[in-house]
Design a binder for this molecule. Structure first.
Ligand code: ZN
Length: 439
């Protein structure tokens, strides 16, 4: 007995849609073709929909342990499933910080118990993310991490970063960097630009990020580590990564949907749902990010899903925490505002949410072909809905995209061959067990 996805559109190598049936058996894609006997299988009618590789998000905050009022592994992975994501990497800035093997193990255990999708933990670079003492990367790697990062804060000491990169290079672990030089932040809460001036707010200058990236690129060149830039946001940063790649330095970068779609000009009044780190930059920066995504300087898209409780976000622009949710709105927003507007092809968008992150982080996922792991997202490109945070599976409702009308909503998510979520049935209960697979 398999799962037969009938008559959906599958994308070929040229980016063209072909109408074909997909037969899943166990946790694998068994066959692509036509004319499979229906009586042996559970049949799902995919007429008019696209059958795509499951989306991968390498930058998610699940908030557990320590901040369960913001999100839990259960609610965060349900949000992922609803957004069409089948694999997410979770950042270590929890409480306690994921800085030792036992913390990593407990994420795996909890994800296995209640997770709706695959969860890949990222271990911290320094103990308690204080930037002082390196974590035991090897011990964390033994229990399964995909990378190390002090996301949420930049590693301030160049010496410490070099030490971390040398260690990580030996183990073949990517260093995933939040780039922010604390000596340049000056207590800023938004981009140091026109919006900050108009509203009399302190700004975070672009060089705060770019200076850090420049330093790290030189260190990556020295150590040979795979250096990955988180949530790139400025034109200077894009230029630096472009030059580094040109010079053969092993650098990759990600960009968020909100930095691709919004600039400081779009912030209405003093709404903290538009407050994130890095901040929404200038329109010129936004254009540079789109250009960087198109020419391959920026490798892929990640949401930086960062849920906060409503009362925390209501504390005003200066005091509210940084961050917005992103898992449940990423694909429809990007499809509607990049693909439909002709800025990006559908194939490029899919690649940047599936194949490319998988390749860069050596995950055996991200493609739809015979023999591959059956992580699949079914999307209705015609389906139009407006974004209502009250519908989110995430505990966080902090989004700047409320009431935006988008097309291209996921309708079913399949992880390791099992339907974990669908528009008809919501979260499937069988997802409660054993869908987690550690790459
Ligand atoms: Zn983050």
């Amino acid at each position: 007995m398999g799962l037969l996805l009938k008559n959906g559109w599958v994308m070929n190598h040229q980016g063209k849609g072909i109408q074909i049936d997909v037969l899943l058996k166990g946790d694998r894609v068994h066959k692509l073709g036509k004319g499979f006997p229906e009586d042996h299988h559970q049949v799902i009618d995919c007429e008019g929909k696209w059958v795509l590789p499951g989306f991968i998000d390498m930058h998610v905050h699940l908030r557990e342990p320590g901040f369960e009022h913001k999100e839990t592994i259960e609610s965060g992975t349900r949000a992922a499933a609803k957004g069409g994501f089948t694999t997410i990497a979770c950042m270590p800035n929890t409480k306690p910080v994921l800085d030792a093997a036992e913390q990593i193990q407990s994420i795996h255990d909890q994800a296995k118990r209640v997770g709706a999708v695959n969860v890949l933990p990222i271990g911290a670079i320094t103990q308690r993310q204080l930037g002082e003492t390196l974590c035991d990367f090897e011990a964390m790697q033994r229990v399964g991490i995909v990378a190390v990062s002090d996301d949420g804060v930049g590693v301030q000491s160049a010496g410490k970063m070099k030490e971390a990169m040398s260690q990580a290079a030996k183990l073949g672990l990517p260093v995933v960097a939040h780039c922010e030089d604390n000596s340049l932040i000056q207590g800023g809460c938004v981009h140091d630009g026109a919006y900050a001036q108009t509203h009399g707010l302190r700004g975070i200058p672009s060089e705060c990020e770019a200076v850090h990236i420049a330093r790290d690129i030189l260190l990556a060149e020295q150590t040979g580590v795979h250096y990955h830039v988180c949530h790139i946001s400025t034109k200077e940063s894009v230029r630096l990564v472009r030059e580094a790649k040109h010079n053969g330095i092993p650098v990759t970068a990600e960009v968020t949907p909100h930095h691709l779609l919004l600039s400081e000009n779009d912030i209405p009044g003093l709404d903290p749902n538009f407050k994130m780190n890095p901040p929404l930059r200038s329109e010129e920066d936004r254009q540079a990010l789109i250009e960087g995504l198109l020419d391959g300087t920026i490798d892929f898209i990640a949401t930086d899903h960062a849920p906060h409780a409503q009362e925390e976000k209501e504390m005003g622009m200066e005091r509210a925490p940084f961050g917005i949710v992103g898992l449940e709105t990423a694909f429809p927003l990007l499809y509607t505002h990049l693909v439909q507007k002709g800025l990006l092809t559908l194939k490029a968008l899919i690649d940047k949410l599936t194949r490319v992150p998988a390749e860069r982080f050596n995950l055996a996922r991200g493609t739809l072909r015979e023999g591959a792991i059956a992580d699949i997202t079914i999307v209705d490109l015609e389906l139009e809905q407006s974004i209502n945070p009250r519908d989110f599976a995430s505990k966080g409702q902090n989004t700047p995209f409320t009431n935006w009308t988008c097309q291209g909503w996921p309708t079913m998510t399949i992880v390791n061959g099992q339907v974990v979520w669908s528009t008809e049935r919501g979260i499937e209960q069988q997802s409660q067990e054993g869908v987690v697979n550690h790459d």
